[in-house]
Design a protein around this ligand. Structure first.
Ligand code: DQA
Length: 170
């Protein structure tokens, strides 16, 4: 199926491939500043997706990648495009606020991306955390719900891919 062709329904399409992508310093979530990022690790995300989505989680084929390097993140997004991944839940960490290169990549690859943050970046002290280079190119942003932000992003991508986003006006 061509990458941008919408399936008739989720059921017809089989499992959707969704990538959960994490940038610098996020692999150690759970250990890193738990007062900000909580004490659960990224390995808990599949459980949270299952809890949030119940049976519908079976319609999703989740894959995960975390790395500290900007170039490797771009490589992984390009690979996702080549593999017809249907959506990306992307926490780019500090690159969110600094990387024009990542924003440029999201702008062209044609995959719906949801920007994810564990913390509420708007409520934090440093003004730069309120700036997002990728914000103009993502379908939406979820921040401030701890690790649940990832599960909420996967749910939003699923609704978007299924076309339910139109009915929900998201
Ligand atoms: C973060 C917020 C960023 O400002 C920060 O640089 C991170 C994590 C979050 O998930 O809350 O590394 O993306």
């Amino acid at each position: 199926m061509p990458m941008n062709t919408m399936p008739k329904s989720c059921h017809d399409a089989g499992p959707y491939s969704i990538l959960v992508l994490n940038g610098p310093n996020l692999a150690h979530t759970g250990l890193r500043q738990p007062e900000i990022y909580g004490s659960r690790g990224l390995e808990d995300i599949p459980t949270l997706v299952n809890q949030l989505m119940g049976e519908r989680a079976r319609e999703i084929d989740l894959s995960f990648y975390a790395c500290n390097s900007e170039g490797a993140l771009i490589d992984r997004l390009e690979q996702a495009r080549a593999m017809c991944v249907r959506g990306v839940a992307f926490n780019a960490g500090a690159y969110t606020h600094t990387s024009l290169a990542l924003a440029d990549c999201i702008a062209w690859i044609g995959i719906p991306v949801v920007e994810v943050h564990i913390s509420n970046v708007f409520a934090r002290e440093e003004p730069i955390r309120r700036q997002s280079f990728m914000g103009a190119h993502v379908i939406g942003m979820i921040a401030g719900f701890g690790l649940w932000s990832y599960a909420l992003a996967v749910q939003a991508l699923h609704a978007h891919i299924c076309g339910a986003g139109k009915k929900l006006k998201i």
